[in-house]
Design a protein around this ligand. Structure first.
Ligand SMILES: [Zn+2]
Ligand SMILES: [Zn+2]
Length: 362
């Protein structure tokens, strides 16, 4: 009985043919030999994978709750006309400048609607600690423009609660890798290299707890991710009292809209965990991963962040610090005027070294 099905070579993608000489399946392009059963199993695996799709239907997104009556009393929404950012502050705290871009904000409405957070991680590090961290961050940066050092500017650093959606989920993950092992040997006439190709499969079940995705478009996702992790052990049930003296960023990305991102974060982690178990090969190339989530549930939490925005030559520079752990991030520009001066100084040092070198040689 002949098998008319065409198989693709897992090594190079060419069409595999039956080789009567070796009585095996052989790829005429790369000369790799296969057992028919191996090819069949591989082919079935590919077909199975083609049917699988990431499934995000299992996610539950009903995070947050309703505010109780009187709870939002005295809380106002301030809007930035420049970047569109919306922040919430108690009238006693007030807000004058946008924490995201530094431009003036105006009070636009009494805070109402939106969801009540489930959890809050209260600020552990106060403004003094935030300013100290900032000074440390800019310390020794000789080329920094002056505006970044001005005391009255640094005083603008703001404590902002950033909204996060936290996702719990059980994840079923499977992955397939193309891997190779290489054997090299010689006899008196030739050097031989034998490359064996493996299709490696891994599958596992993982439980994720409180994977955070920020619910604010004002805060850049990569910026927030760079000051993670926030430790959930300090989270407490939300009370309005925690907001006093601080600003709260009003979420503008709903939990439904962040599901895809949460899914991707878990998928990435699952891939890393599975890939870590593929050992002992010369090369490993991921070919396919599938992640199925079940029992995904969400919570709405506020995380504490210290933010300082500086505009220099029409560009925004943001410094952010995790208000719980002190982990910080921030990019700083180089002032070209200062750079030239600094370079001049550097050249002088170089010539001294060159002189010494010459002196040592002769
Ligand atoms: Zn081939
Ligand atoms: Zn703004």
């Amino acid at each position: 009985m002949s098998d008319l099905k065409e198989y693709k070579c897992p090594a190079c993608g060419g069409s595999v043919e039956f080789d009567s000489h070796s009585q095996k399946m052989k790829c005429p392009y790369c000369d790799t030999e296969f057992e028919l059963d191996t090819l069949k199993a591989y082919d079935e695996q590919l077909e199975k994978e083609a049917e699988q799709k990431d499934d995000i239907s299992g996610w539950q997104t009903d995070a947050g709750s309703e505010w109780q009556e009187g709870e939002t009393e005295g809380m106002n929404v301030y809007t930035c006309k420049s970047c569109g950012g919306e922040i919430i502050a108690h009238e006693n705290t007030g807000a004058s400048n946008c924490p995201f871009c530094g431009n003036p904000v105006i009070m636009t409405e009494k805070f109402s609607g939106a969801l009540r957070p489930d959890l809050v991680i209260p600020f552990k590090l106060d403004k003094k600690a935030a300013k100290e961290a900032y000074y440390k961050h800019i310390k020794g940066k000789k080329l920094l423009p002056k505006v970044f050092r001005k005391e009255n500017h640094i005083d603008e650093i703001k404590g902002v609660y950033v909204p996060f959606w936290l996702f719990d989920a059980d994840v079923d993950a499977n992955a397939r890798y193309k891997a190779t092992k290489v054997r090299v040997w010689s006899d008196s006439d030739y050097d031989y290299t034998e490359t064996s190709y493996y299709s490696v499969e891994r599958a596992g079940n993982m439980a994720f707890a409180a994977v955070p995705v920020d619910g604010s478009s004002s805060m850049a996702d990569d910026l927030m991710e760079s000051i993670e992790p926030f430790k959930l052990k300090d989270a407490v049930d939300f009370q309005t009292a925690y907001l006093s003296g601080y600003l709260a960023d009003k979420y503008d990305v709903t939990s439904e809209e962040t599901v895809q991102r949460a899914h991707e974060r878990m998928k990435r982690s699952a891939e890393e965990v599975l890939a870590d178990t593929v050992k002992g090969y010369a090369t490993v190339t991921p070919e396919n991963t599938n992640v199925k989530v079940s029992g995904g549930a969400a919570k709405y939490a506020l995380y504490p962040v210290w933010i300082l925005n500086t505009t220099w030559k029409d560009k925004k520079y943001i410094f952010a610090m995790n208000g719980q752990t002190g982990k910080m991030t921030g990019d700083l520009p180089i002032d070209n005027g200062t750079y030239v001066k600094w370079l001049a100084g550097l050249t002088a040092v170089f010539s001294v070294i060159a002189y010494l070198a010459v002196w040592l040689i002769y």
